[in-house]
Design a protein around this ligand. Structure first.
Ligand code: NAP
Length: 431
């Protein structure tokens, strides 16, 4: 299995030399055809996602649609992003151009099996890099389909290869001389392991890791909007999202009003058949993940948290859960709760909200609800996060850079940063 994967990497090295020399117009045509496939076969692809990891079909369809939007974004912006940038210097002429690096390894998670891959693949393919992808073991159908989607028969060579490998073989792939960079989206332990290998073999790396984002609701917030958005921010994809609002911080004066309205909406979420388009929340991706969440909740209840709803597991189904009275010492506050569990902590004033928000090993982003936008904007520098969203939940959007600090990783995807990370930023000087 490993020998085959290493042979694929060598094959991709020769494909890279051809691909990088194709004009940008050709690379754009290939990406346009990939986008067309997404539009034509959206239902088939969405069903594969749903089958593999239990995401309700409606949300899987939205994921595929989002990939088409990402393709469109890069197709319309890539000429600008790759145009050489003149820089003033004492030389006759000096400029910076972006060139590709070579074959990249992408180690991908199961929670958004298409979206995570597309946001790495599209900017890098347009730049001229090619990819080998080690996808999560529990999304084999999606992983194989992705290779088919990226195969453009008119080219006569592949630009994307799926490597169906267990994670212990990742180091051997990173060590292959043709691999010029590695990006991992996944958990903190996986990130540490990949960063270590990348360092050992001197390969550029990007890490998109976990998060435990605060969702702050101030007393002057539009409460209806904050409640509705908080439910979506926490429960979308059965809570299995890096940017989910994992720690809901509510100002004391409105805490009970917020909690009552929020709990009602959480209880009303339709949990059920993943293929039913009206299902809002499905089973978690695997039973062991639901068991882990169940354990975290039990431990926090024993530590003094109050259960407002949910807290029941049947196989991989975990009922949407709300916990109040959560304090920073509890496990559900300290660790990433990767499941449908909302934890609510109160704060007295904005100073305390900032302190609680920053009291996390993660730093992917924070969402803050308040009508005093000027004040919140003035406080943005004080949040140790990769993103501050005001009156909106954290969302990954092709137009905006995405990535974290602290244990959420390093490097950025999307926007023009998504093209820079694995580019050779080449200085050209003429005298
Ligand atoms: P995971 O267990 O870390 O797995 C992610 C990928 O890494 C899988 O392909 C996995 O392969 C591989 N992997 C695991 N251990 C590895 C190791 N020691 N060396 C090399 N590769 C290894 O994470 P997950 O459970 O799939 O995904 C959930 C995590 O991803 C959460 O923490 C979530 O917050 C994070 N995430 C972050 C972002 C972001 O953009 N920041 C986005 C989505 C998810 P196997 O499946 O074969 O084990």
């Amino acid at each position: 299995m490993l020998e085959k994967a290493l042979a694929s990497v060598s094959e991709m090295e020769s494909a890279y030399h051809t691909w990088r020399n194709r004009p940008l117009t050709t690379r754009k045509e290939v990406i346009s055809r990939i986008r067309e496939k997404l539009l034509t076969h959206a239902e088939q692809y969405a069903r594969a996602i749903t089958t593999d990891m239990n995401k309700p079909l409606a949300q899987a369809l939205a994921e595929v649609k989002k990939c088409t939007a990402l393709c469109y974004y890069y197709l319309t912006h890539i000429d600008d992003f790759l145009r050489p940038q003149p820089l003033q210097s004492s030389w006759t002429e000096s400029y910076v151009r972006l060139d590709p690096l070579g074959v990249l390894l992408a180690v991908m998670p199961w929670n958004f099996p298409f979206w995570q891959v597309f946001r790495v693949a599209i900017p890098n393919l347009l730049l001229g890099n090619v990819l080998v992808v080690k996808h999560a073991s529990n999304v084999p159908t999606a992983a194989a389909l992705l290779e088919e989607i990226f195969l453009d028969k008119s080219l006569g060579f592949p630009i994307y290869k799926n490597l169906p490998l267990p994670s212990q073989h990742v180091e051997a792939i990173i060590a292959h001389p043709a691999i010029k960079g590695v990006t991992l989206t996944g958990s903190e332990p996986a990130g540490r392991s990949v960063a270590q290998c990348a360092g050992k073999h001197l390969k550029k790396s990007v890490l998109e890791l976990g998060g435990s984002a605060a969702f702050i609701v101030c007393e002057d917030a539009d409460l209806t909007k904050a409640v509705t958005t908080a439910v979506n921010a926490r429960m979308q994809n059965a809570g299995q999202s890096c940017i989910a609002g994992k720690r809901i911080l509510v100002q004391e004066s409105i805490a009970e009003e917020f909690t009552a309205a929020f709990t009602e909406k959480v209880k009303a979420l339709k949990q059920g058949d993943k293929y039913d388009l009206s299902t809002e929340i499905g089973a978690m991706a695997r039973e062991d993940l639901a068991i882990e969440i169940e354990e975290m909740v039990k431990q926090s209840l024993a530590e003094g948290a109050t259960l407002r709803c949910g807290g029941k597991r049947t196989g991989a189904f975990y009922t949407p859960t709300v916990l109040t009275g959560v304090t920073p010492t509890m496990r559900v506050f300290r660790e990433e709760t990767f499941g449908p569990v909302a934890v609510i902590t109160t704060f007295r004033d904005f100073e305390e909200a900032i302190a609680l928000s920053n009291q996390s090993d993660f730093g992917l982003g924070v969402a803050i609800f308040s009508q005093n936008v000027d004040f919140v904007k003035s406080q943005a520098p004080r949040f140790d996060e990769g993103a501050v969203y005001i009156n909106e939940m954290l969302i990954s959007d092709p137009h905006l850079p995405f990535g974290g600090i602290k244990n959420s990783g390093y490097g950025r995807e999307l926007s023009y940063f998504g093209v820079w990370e694995f580019a050779n930023i080449k200085t050209v000087v003429v005298k």
